[in-house]
Design a protein around this ligand. Sequence first.
Ligand code: IDP
Length: 139
Amino acid sequence: MSTNRTFTMIKPDAVENGHIGGILDKITSAGFKIVAMKYTQLSRRDAQAFYAIHKERPFFGELVDFMTRGPIVSAILEKDNAVEDFRALIGATNPADAAEGTIRKLFATSIAENAVHGSDSDENAAIEGAFHFAGREIF
Ligand code: IDP
């Protein structure tokens, strides 16, 4: 994956609360092009692998339970400066700290159930995109 791409998930809380359309509108209105997208559900093994970096954190079990409890939308997004610009668009991890107008401010409910994922580096964007999508699913 080139460095003008990032990876996102619309998490189970946002799907349950009917925010898929609202979040995709924020994403495309901000100039991101969707180059891959699917509606899917993570297995426990998937979630444990995706969030392996957090496996020693006290909230790891809660995070795996949350991320596997219902469907998600996963997507690869393309834009100049995609990783940094998307992190700005989603806002702080805790929606209480997120700036006005950010996706987490608008759609998240708590630090755990915070509506969306956004890759934190170009390297992780490439790893995470490849975790979710085969090459033939990326356009
Ligand atoms: P990020 O998603 O903003 O990059 P990370 O610190 O990488 O934040 O945490 C990954 C995910 O783990 C968060 O998006 C959130 O769903 C969950 N999480 C982070 N901190 C906590 C916490 O203190 N309690 C419960 N869940 C948390």
